[in-house]
Design a binder for this molecule. Sequence first.
Ligand code: APR
Length: 306
Amino acid sequence: MYKISFKQGDITKSECECIVNAANKSLLGGGGVDGAIHRAAGRELYEECKKLGGCKTGEAKITKGYNLNAKWIIHTVGPIYSGAEDDSVMLSNCYTNSLNLAKKNGIHSISFPAISTGAYGYPLRESIFVALNSVIEWLNNNSAYDISVEFCCFDENTYSYYRGIYGTMTVSREQQNKEFAEFIRRNNVRTKDAIEMHLADEPFNKIKNGEKTIEIRLYDEKRQAITIGSDIIFYKGETIDEWITATVIGLYRFDSFNDIFQSNLFVKTGCNNMTPQVAAESMYNYYTKEQERQYGVLAIEIKKRG
Ligand code: APR
């Protein structure tokens, strides 16, 4: 089983077995978290790093922790943000390769800084989507390996963004199934193939009062399974205490969120209090532009039941 946690503080003080360093290709130290780790670990770290022959962007190498609480340091080199598609791939590789190296060395607790979001200029929100998606995907693909992952945020802003975005991401499949089984038991709902969706209070209430009949999501694997006639259970917030059931009466695919809000469906989206441009922009609180490009988007027209 795995555990994800968030901490605000100095990663050199982390209690984890291993901390990750946002290094540069030379591995010979620098500023930011790299400088802090080298200062705290001491001269021996520099001596060991000199023998590693550097590190490519997206790759990871391991050393001892020396004077740190942590027994190990995994050094990874994040991308210098340029806005290219490859940036997110390289950043994702930093997390994936660090976790692979941790598993290979039998490490069971690891702490990550917000890689590339300092001197390397990666936009914080976008980096967090990449970091969380990469780590959750690795953890789900290695669910037999027991490891806890800490995201160590140096400042309050980074910490609250991590917590906020993690909270809006879909809970892991087993967690969802557990909640759904609990929901069926408690509410005696006989909906065999229902699709569950969590909504913030405002859109939930707009569906409830009939103001909103279009829900917008990425056209990802999960949403590709939706058909006309599917049942959807909308939960209010992250719990399953309050819900609405609805039936799918229309499915419309678009290339972008902007296309939906510029179409005649805009009036059914419950976003009439915004301009189509602002409404489209607000979708990037939940998804990245890269996900939008990768999957396209889906407008799901529903008819509330009961
Ligand atoms: N503990 C935890 N996080 C820290 C610490 C610390 N002691 N010091 C800085 N950070 C945070 C920053 O606030 C930022 O959120 O680490 C994140 C990454 O910032 P940088 O350290 O600047 O790393 P990065 O953006 O990946 O740039 C790497 O900077 O320090 C040089 O040698 C390094 O050339 C490399 C480049």
